[in-house]
Write a protein that binds this ligand. Structure first.
Ligand code: FEO
Length: 390
């Protein structure tokens, strides 16, 4: 995609990465991503807002080839997908200064070896004039590192929010018409990147209410011309409200755990509860993370492998714990051959979750009638808890 005008004298100059399929060597990117950098030309000064991932430097260079001068580079976030091309920009524009938060400065020095005297720090609420455009910096720690900030342009009522409101989505246009498609991608992004900081994001959303915002320009995915929808979706995701949903990540080796998952799903479903099942041998980690955004309950299903949980279950439990979803209840189901400590092991992997653990159902071998009855009891317990908690 070539540079695109987003407002008068404001241009998208980032890079679209159609082929990237993995982020942080962990997060699936089924629809690629983009690294959004923006050029703001004021009547007196020019600012570049963020850069791109170093892997897309050639594209970025081509977008800046006719830009003779840049006075400021606003670094909202030091992570390499946005700050990684800073060394190139500083080499090309010798007089440019990097604007960052006080916490951002040492991070840029540590991660990218930026020279200290090229960085100017700004406080929360501080402004910078480009002549006819006033940039207001809004500190936004934990979006998604401790050093992050937003930039609001007062005259244009546009806010640049870095990772917040972003989506991993490669498109040929910087704007979009299909909100629900973008919202789905934004939910995946929120789940994987923002969910661990949910209560902090609540505060940031509250803080943004005092600004009149006509457009939101994040650092990944399309720009939001109608910001109300994406803000409302985020307000919903960060709220304490949970949905009538049970998420069931599981692994089965010889079919017993599968049978247990199917019975539990059947009874929950008959009682009006939505079940999102993930066979971890084939599941998309991103979709699993998305399902945790508002689910009320997590039921982990695992066979016993060498006295413990299956390694894929360990990984999923570890991820759920790291993402800190707003779950209220959890349980564990599974089967063993001759014994083991699968339940204790999984419980020990979930210290971050503020959950009530419902009685696990762990059986020997193939499920028998009394095992199915125990699963029915667990399902009915979940139904009853949901009725009071949702
Ligand atoms: Fe898109 Fe936290 O970087």
């Amino acid at each position: 995609m070539k540079p695109k005008k987003i407002k008068d004298n404001m241009f998208w100059v980032g890079a679209v990465d159609w082929d990237r399929r993995l982020f942080d060597a962990l997060i699936p990117l089924p629809d690629g991503t983009s690294y959004n950098a923006y050029l703001i030309q004021g009547s007196e000064k020019t600012a570049l807002l963020d850069t791109v991932d170093p892997s897309m430097l050639t594209v970025f260079e081509s977008h800046l080839k006719d830009i003779k001068n840049i006075d400021f580079i606003i670094s909202h976030h030091s992570e390499q997908d946005h700050a990684g091309a800073l060394p190139y920009v500083l080499e090309k524009y010798k007089n440019a200064k990097v604007i960052a938060t006080p916490k951002g400065k040492p991070m840029l020095i540590d991660h990218l070896h930026i020279q200290e005297d090229r960085i100017v720090t700004v406080n929360d609420g501080e402004t910078l004039s480009l002549g006819n455009k006033t940039l207001e910096f809004i500190h936004a720690p934990w979006v998604h590192w401790p050093e992050t900030m937003f930039t609001y342009i007062r005259e244009d009522k546009i806010i640049f929010t870095c990772d917040l409101f972003g989506s991993h989505l490669a498109t040929s246009d910087i704007f979009y018409n299909d909100y629900w498609h973008v919202c789905d991608e934004a939910k995946r992004y929120y789940a994987e990147v923002m969910m661990p900081f949910r209560t902090t994001i609540q505060k940031h959303l509250e803080k943004l209410k005092k600004y009149q915002i006509d457009m939101i320009a994040p650092s990944h995915g399309p720009v939001h011309r109608d910001p109300e929808c994406i803000v409302r979706s985020h307000q919903e995701w960060v709220s304490d409200k949970v949905s009538n949903t049970v998420v069931v990540p599981y692994v089965t080796m010889h079919g017993s755990t599968q049978l247990m998952v199917e019975r539990l799903t059947e009874v929950l479903s008959e009682n009006g509860i939505k079940v999102e099942k993930f066979n971890l041998a084939v599941a998309d980690t991103g979709k699993f993370a998305m399902s945790l955004v508002d689910a009320a309950t997590l039921v982990i299903g695992s066979p016993t492998v060498l006295t413990g949980a299956h390694p894929l279950v360990v990984s999923a439990a570890f991820l759920a714990n790291a993402l800190k979803p707003k779950l209220k209840f959890a349980s564990i189901i599974g089967s063993y051959g001759w014994g083991g400590r699968m339940v204790e092991q999984i419980k020990g992997l979930l210290p971050n979750l503020k959950i009530e653990m419902l009685e696990p159902v762990v059986i020997k071998g193939l499920p028998k009638d009394e095992d199915y009855k125990a699963l029915d009891r667990l399902a009915n317990e979940i139904v009853s808890r949901h009725k009071t908690a949702i």
